[in-house]
Design a protein. Structure first.
Length: 54
């Protein structure tokens, strides 16, 4: 087998954490650990449902 070498341009590499801009994730506040019930998320899902649920 032959080895494959991949080189990325410098622009494709992310800057260190101290220079990275802060981005909003859109996550709801006070979210529980994954797999746990999250009432606020369920309420948002039903409010945003299309067609609207009754």
């Amino acid at each position: 087998m032959c080895a494959v070498t991949v080189e990325f341009p410098a622009a494709a590499v992310e800057p260190p954490d101290d220079r990275r801009e802060q981005r909003q994730s859109g996550a709801l506040p006070n979210a529980p650990l994954p797999g746990h019930w999250f009432s606020a998320r369920f309420q948002r899902l039903t409010a945003d449902a299309y067609p609207p649920s009754s």
